[in-house]
Design a protein around this ligand. Sequence first.
Ligand SMILES: Cc1cc2nc3c(=O)[nH]c(=O)nc-3n(C[C@H](O)[C@H](O)[C@H](O)COP(=O)(O)O)c2cc1C
Length: 164
Amino acid sequence: MAARRCLCVSQTPRIDTHFVHFVTAVFEIVYTSLATRDLGAAELTALLDQARRANQARGITGMMMYRKREFLQLLEGERAQVEALYERIARDDRHQQMAKIWDGPIQERSCGEWEMAFLAPDDASLQSRPGYRDLMDRGLIAASGDSVGKKLLLNLRDDFLGGR
Ligand SMILES: Cc1cc2nc3c(=O)[nH]c(=O)nc-3n(C[C@H](O)[C@H](O)[C@H](O)COP(=O)(O)O)c2cc1C
């Protein structure tokens, strides 16, 4: 059988961004913060619209929860992009007391299909599911302490966004 010839491409190959996301190491940051004031639906929608457009352009995916002025957000993507975004978010005066819960490399994205999934569950929907007592009693920031934040986010993802 004839040996397969190598196909040589002379011009710069077109890069498929989805493929790049798949093969490069993924980095994630999970943090909590407190809104400087109670953000209304219109403000949150505007924030998310802008964030999703920018995240798509930078290959960043993730998830954000907002409840009673408290944020919990997971950012995932190429390390330099995620760290640069975290620095930009830290300068945003819509929130304060930003606290990084966890950062590090991960095997695969937890929220790969969302440029920024958003969750703002009301008390009734939290009450109707097991496992959110602490979140309801102590609030999002306190309940997210240490490594629990990521676990909490993933539970919320599975319960409210229908898994991956
Ligand atoms: C809680 C919170 C989360 C945010 N998440 C994102 C995000 O995921 N992606 C993004 O591009 N901007 C996000 N932003 C907005 C950024 O802080 C910033 O306004 C935006 O990146 C534009 O920055 P620039 O004006 O320096 O270009 C977020 C802001 C807040 C308050």
